[in-house]
Each structure stands twice: as C-alpha cells, then as structure tokens.
Design a protein around this ligand. Sequence first.
Ligand code: GDP
Ligand code: MG
Length: 215
Amino acid sequence: MNMNYDEKLKILIIGDSTVGKTSILTRFCKNEFSWNYLATIGIDFFSKDIELTNPNKLIRIKIWDTAGQERFKSLSKSFFRNADGIIIVFDVSKKDSFENLQFWIDSVHNNLGKTNNNNNNENEDNVNVIIIGNKIDLIREVNKEEGLKYSKESGFKYYETSALTGENIENSFLEFIKDILDGNKKKENKKKGIKLNNNNNLINKNNDDENWCYC
Ligand code: GDP
Ligand code: MG
C-alpha cells in the first residue's frame, strides 16, 4: 500500500533486558501479549500508523526495539540517529532496573549530546524522552511516587504500564506522540499545523488490519 504520510516519527525504546520493552511494543502495535521471553527474536522495529483528526493527518510511527543488544549495554550511535522520541523503560517489580535508569539516561545524553559537526546534526533538545515503569500488575519494588520523583528530577514525563493487562499502554503512547508533534510544531515555529485539544483527536488505526500494523 502506498500511503502519503504527513509525518514520520522515529521512536526508540531502551532499558534493561527483560523489563518488557518488546512486550510493550507488541501490546501497542498488535494488542497481544506473550509470556515467552522475547529477547532473542531480534526484531528491529515495529511500525504503526496513527490517524489524526482536526485536521486530518496520517502519522507513521516507527518504534525501534533493541533486540537484545541492551544486555551488553552497548547501543550504537546510529541507533539513536534522527530519533524524535525515546522511551526508557524499567520494571517496577525489579529495583535494579530502576537503579539502572541513570545508565540509560546517560546513554541518551552521550549519544545525542555530542554528535556530528554538520548542520542538521542531532541534538538532544530535539528529542522528547519519557520514562515508563512497566509490570504494574506485579508486586512492586518501586512505588509510583519514587518513579515520578526520579523522572521529574531528570526532566522527563513518567508513565506506568502493564503490557500484560494493557493498562495505560495506548494512553502513554498517544500522549507521548502528541507531545512529540507539539514539540516539533514549536520547533518549526509554524503558525498553523496540527492542533490537538485532547486525546480524542488521536485515533488509532485498526490493529486487525495487517496493512496498518506489521510488527
Ligand atoms: P525486554 O527484554 O525488555 O524486551 O522484555 P520482554 O518484552 O521480552 O519481556 C520479558 C518478560 O517479561 C517476558 O516473559 C514477558 O512476558 C514479561 N512481561 C513483559 N511485560 C510484562 C508486564 O507488564 N507484566 C508482567 N507480569 N510480565 C511482563
Ligand atoms: Mg526485547
């Protein structure tokens, strides 16, 4: 299918191994969940189209998964290139994944802060970052207040999700996408453009149609 997209966004999802990154994407893109450990599958990216109303816009979201490299804590600079948004995930039932957040935040700064010398180089100011505490269906080692406090101090929005139950997955993504689009709009200093009054203006394309989602 040959679609004309009004915007294309590149989003990355990073964080410790087994925190549920692939599961979050699978839930968001396909509304599915698997108990199987997915680290070795090696999927590069997930794709989803989102239709925006008032005015009508078609947005293609490409979300890049780390496919296991995160175990070695080595993500390449090219992985970060041209990202519009980055999701850093930890597992609320595993304190160490929360304590490792700083490593992932540092890796964002390191990979986006000092890049090329050319004109259209990537700059971390251009990238919207959020933190997600996943697995809220399990017994917690990190409470919501801790997650909120840490994220606020780091300057990022905080969301909590369960890829298992699906709780807050879609809402988190749609708010994030809205923030990215709003940020892009400001950056480009456009007088006109996408206007989002509330979440209802963001409509997910039907996940059942494979043309719209091939995860
Ligand atoms: P990744 O390494 O960060 O991509 O993590 P995966 O998505 O592979 O998930 C690791 C394991 O955690 C899998 O067994 C998933 O089924 C499980 N998992 C992922 N998200 C959740 C969640 O929200 N709740 C629960 N209970 N388990 C989850
Ligand atoms: Mg994975």
